[in-house]
Structure formats: C-alpha cells, structure tokens
Design a binder for this molecule. Structure first.
Ligand SMILES: [Zn+2]
Ligand SMILES: [Zn+2]
Length: 465
C-alpha cells in the first residue's frame, strides 16, 4: 500500500474523487471508471479503460478534515446511547457522591472511589473506544473492582494533579506577581495545553508514575502536532460551556425532590467531559500512528467508503465521454427501479461475506458473518480482519474476537496476521478487561513477527513508558 494522504481525483474525470487505482494505466479511478463484475461467484474489480485489475485506493484517516470530525463530537453525548450513558454514570456519581459525604470514613472512602472511578472510568472508556473506531457509546462491562474503578480513579486523579500545579504556583506567588494578569494568562494557557495531553496519556494505559513525568506527557502532544493544538483550543469554549452547565446543574440539584434532580444535575455536568473524551479519542483514532498507538496500516481507510464501482466494461468503439446518465430524460427517474434479477442459485454465505467485504458493504458483511457456522470454510484473512474491525466499531466484541481469532489461529503466515493479533489484544485489554490474554498476545506478536509494525507496537504495550 503506497498511499498519499491527500484527496485524489480521477485521472479521466478531474472533478470526481478517486476510489480505485489501476497499476496498468498508473491512474486513479472514480466509480465510473472502475468496473465491478461477478465471475464464477467472485467479485472482480477492473479498470474501465484498460480492463486491468484495480486495487482499492486508500487514504490516511487524516485526509478528512479533522475540524469537521471534531464538530461531530458535540452531538456524541446527545445520541440515544450517549444520553443513556450520561444518565447512568450521572446516577452512580450522584449516589456515591451524596452518600460519601455523610458516611463515616471507611465506607465513605469506598464510595469516593466509586464516584471517581465511575467518572474517570467512563471517560477513559470513551477515549479508548473512540480510538478504536467505536461509532457510539457501548456499555462497559464491569468485572473487576481494581481494573474498572480503583485504577481509573487513581489515574484520573494523578493525571489531573499536575494540571493544578500552575494554579497553585500562581496563588503561591501571588504576592510577588501581585495579581499580574499576564502571569495568570500564561498559567491558564499552560493548563489548557497540558490538560488534554495528561488525560490522553492516562486513558491509554501508561504507567501511573509516568503520568507525573511532564516530559513524557508533553512528548505525546508534540508528536500529535497541529491536531493537538486544535483540540487544546477547543478546551476553552468547552470549559466556558462547562461553567454554564455546572451553574444550571446546581440549580436543578437544589430542587427539593429527592434523587432525580441530582442525577439530572450530574448528567448535565458530565456533558462537557464526555465531549472532551470523544475529542481526545478522535485524536488517537486519526493520528495515533504518530504516537505509536496502533498499527500503521490501520490508519488507512478506503477513499470512498461504501461506494461501489459503477463503470461498464469497455465495449469496442464506444466513445469514452458518452455519459448515459447525463442525457437520460428526467421523466424516467419517476419510473420504478426494475427489480434486481434473482440469482440462479444462492451463493454460499462465505462467498457472500468475501464479496461484501470487497465492495466495502461492511454492515452487510457483519450481518452475513454472524450467520456463518463456528468453523466456516476458509475465508481470506482480509475478510476476517475487516469484519473484526467493523464489529469492534459497532460494539459487537464477541463477534470481533471470533473473526480476529480465525486469522490468528488459521492464517498465522498471512501478512495481516500480526495486525489481527494486535487488534485482538487491544480488544482483550481495552474493551473486555482481559489483561492477561492481551499481554499473552502482545508477547506472541513480539516473538512471532519480529521487525513488523505490529511487533513494535506490541513491545511498547509490554514495556509501559
Ligand atoms: Zn473517472
Ligand atoms: Zn487501467
């Protein structure tokens, strides 16, 4: 895959975006210039110009404007799954926080841990899920008090501890600086720049002690570059909105009805943290390869996702510029589409999965894959990996594990195998809370596929910074 990251246009239709590449013509092709054809129940992609085999054209995730992706984060907590999560986490926080303040020390401390743990745990869950391509919030499974509550509570607190240093220093030196506005502005700027890095660092499971090392934390921000600054800039309006929401939450919580107002109040005050976590996750989703988070090839996606080639095989002597769509009278559009001709014999499920993956119909591929028997006829590793990644992004972790395991177990020689193992390990470690299986897989990748991108990443997960 040699892929430039800018948007490419069709060699023959300079206004159309290219989704395929023809090595024979050395040309990028739009959907009208690529042909999809079924031969002996296998889908073949070819070039409408020369008939040669074409490849899907892939671009780096960063080719889509990052600022547009960031705008989408505002609605993330407002979708159905997000609202449910706001209320659920809000309820846990409201109850544990309310009780922690009135109970004696030891049970109070436990409730404090539940409060901080559910707060930070849900934020880290959003960051890591988004980094893996999750489209919406999926409920975390809770199985381990240390892993799911204590550790997030500690990491969140430690990571944010350094954020308060500038403020503390400012107050400490208040006499000398004598309320200098410029000094205060520098402090605020330092906080805005530092906070996202520290949280990103905490969310990705770096060692707790290294959270206190500003050099390591700043390194992450430096490598993320401009995209990082964009996210940091967003923190300012978000923080202002947060103040407004906290004010509203305070008003709501003081209503003299038990419980419900405080749950709604906590949910309101979680909105901005959820948006921030989604933004940080997107940073990793798009630019994680710059900080060694993930395998490089994961960061390339089809240039025209979900678009099928619609070119026709070139008939002899037909002028290439004849565009039938353009001259068709408008009236015809009102007529019903002719029903597709039913296939003579239904194709085996396996073949349908492969086809769906090849034409990028991943939702369909997922649906078909679910219906496959546990031990299906051998599929290409690429189909398993595509299904595994898609399943992970929609939160169907058992299916993702099943698909990726197929590659790890049955096609260990395939060039995609190391990548499949690493994604599987991340699913175990970051989604399913099975740290032991994750470490085992990372060690396997390091030993079995030395020198690969995947091994480099696996090594970095085995030796936390
Ligand atoms: Zn074209
Ligand atoms: Zn060609």
């Amino acid at each position: 895959m040699s892929i430039p990251s800018e948007i490419a246009h069709c060699q023959y239709h300079p206004r159309a975006a290219a989704g395929w590449f023809c090595p024979a013509c050395d040309a990028k092709l739009c959907p009208d210039c690529a042909v999809l054809e079924s031969v002996a129940s296998t889908d073949l992609l070819s070039c409408a110009r020369c008939g040669g085999a074409v490849e899907e054209f892939k671009v780096h995730r960063s080719h889509a404007p990052f600022s547009r992706r960031l705008l989408g984060t505002w609605s993330y907590p407002l979708r159905k799954s997000g609202l449910l999560a706001l209320l659920a986490v809000g309820a846990v926080v409201a109850m544990s926080r309310g009780l922690a303040s009135i109970l004696p020390f030891v049970p109070g401390l436990i409730l404090l841990t539940i409060w901080l743990g559910s707060f930070w745990g849900s934020l880290f869950w959003i960051v890591r899920g988004t980094a893996m391509g999750a489209e919406h919030f999926t409920a975390p499974d809770f199985h381990d008090v240390h892993h799911d509550l204590v550790s997030p509570a500690i990491r969140g607190t430690v990571a944010t501890a350094l954020i308060w240093v500038p403020a503390v220093l400012f107050i400490w030196n208040a006499d000398e600086t004598n309320g200098s506005i410029a000094m205060f502005a520098v402090m605020v700027l330092a906080t805005v720049l530092y906070a996202p890095m520290a949280l990103l660092f905490a969310a990705t499971g770096q060692g707790t002690l290294s959270l206190l090392n500003p050099f390591k934390v700043i390194g992450i921000g430096m490598r993320l570059g401009r995209a990082y600054l964009v996210v940091a800039a967003w923190m300012v309006p978000l923080a202002l909105l947060h103040l407004v929401l906290m004010f509203v939450a305070g008003k709501v919580s003081s209503l003299s009805i038990p419980l419900l107002p405080s749950v709604v109040g906590e949910a309101l005050s979680l909105y901005v943290p959820f948006v921030m976590a989604r933004m940080l996750g997107l940073l990793l989703y798009v630019h994680g390869d710059r900080v060694g988070y993930g395998v490089d090839s994961e960061f390339y996606e089809p240039a025209l996702p979900g678009v099928k080639p619609r070119g026709k095989k070139r008939a002899a002597r037909v002028p290439a510029q004849a565009q039938p769509e353009a001259i068709r009278p408008r009236v015809i559009e009102l007529e019903p589409e002719p029903a597709p001709r039913p296939a003579a014999t239904p194709e085996p499920l396996e073949v349908q999965v492969v086809k769906a993956v090849e034409t990028n119909a991943l939702d369909r591929a997922l649906e078909l894959y679910r219906r496959l028997p546990e031990a299906p006829a051998p599929l290409p590793a690429a189909s398993h990996v595509a299904v595994g990644q898609k399943a992970a992004s929609v939160g169907d972790y058992p299916l993702a594990v099943r698909a990726l395991k197929q590659v790890a177990q049955h096609s260990p020689e395939d060039p995609l195998a190391p990548k499949a193992c690493v994604i599987l390990a991340r699913l175990y470690g970051e989604r399913l809370g099975d740290e032991a299986s994750a470490l085992k897989l990372y060690r396997h990748v390091v030993g079995r596929y030395p020198g690969t991108d995947a091994a480099r990443f696996a090594q970095s997960r085995l030796t936390p910074a």
